[in-house]
Design a protein around this ligand. Sequence first.
Ligand code: NAD
Length: 280
Amino acid sequence: MNLPLNIDFTGKTVVVTGAGGVLCGDMARAFAQAGAKVALLDLNEEAVKKVSEELTAEGFIAKGYKANVLEPEMLEEVHQAVLKDFGPCDILVNGAGGNNPRATTDNEYQHEAKEGQKTFFDLDASGVDFVFKLNFQGTLIPTQIFAKDMVEKKSGSILNISSMNAYTPLTKIPAYSGAKAAISNFTQWLATHFAGTGIRCNAIAPGFLVSNQNRALLFNEDGTPTARSEKILKGTPMNRFVDSEELLGGVFFLCDDKAASAITGVVLPIDAGFAAYSGV
Ligand code: NAD
């Protein structure tokens, strides 16, 4: 992987939750390549073990840990293991998050709802709870556990992952949109709360990325954009999708104590202009 900025994280302990996933797996790799000792946390133990073993084989310092970001006791055990393996946490990336089909409507507009579709009125309260809990509590709880190291050291950086839907909600996904708006808000709250301790807290808001999971939704078999894809591109001034590696410059910049020494409480859109454009 080509690193976006020449920032040396040697000696830093970086904890990345959701590191078994697409985006945060890449972030963990990038931090390891930039010299950090990287703890990869995920419910999916196999996924983080695979990435950490690859990194170790390449000569980088990384280890995978099974962790549920919603279980404080389990996270505290992992925290103790990370302290023993790598030392106190310097940088925490709260990456675990996502949506759930039970909290998603089939139709964009109620007046277009067809027989048999899951509408707003069919949304499942437990699905909505799941999404709010995973994204919000799944950021708050790991921060309670790992930011204690930073308070003691009087320095550290927390990076949360917000989304485009935090600015203006996207159709069909009311719970995920609300939960990510809560993440942007919480980023500002944490930045203020920790301002006197030497800890900075920021977020990135990734734009629309093409991944293996959504490729079929965005492109027809002949490679032309689907109707949904065309809508996204029309709303994106740079008229293209964002590559996952394009997130890394913002991640490195915000997490570096020198480059972003006076930056706390910001949510950085990395979105090819989507959030800036009103559509007119
Ligand atoms: P992903 O689904 O590939 O990865 C998420 C990871 O979180 C998975 O490995 C999963 O096992 C893990 N996870 C889920 N629940 C967990 C729990 N309770 N405890 C620990 N780990 C848990 O997702 P991604 O696309 O890499 O997204 C990463 C972050 O970026 C998420 O917060 C997501 O909401 C956000 N995001 C993604 C996009 C995108 O286009 N992919 C855009 C904006 C924001």
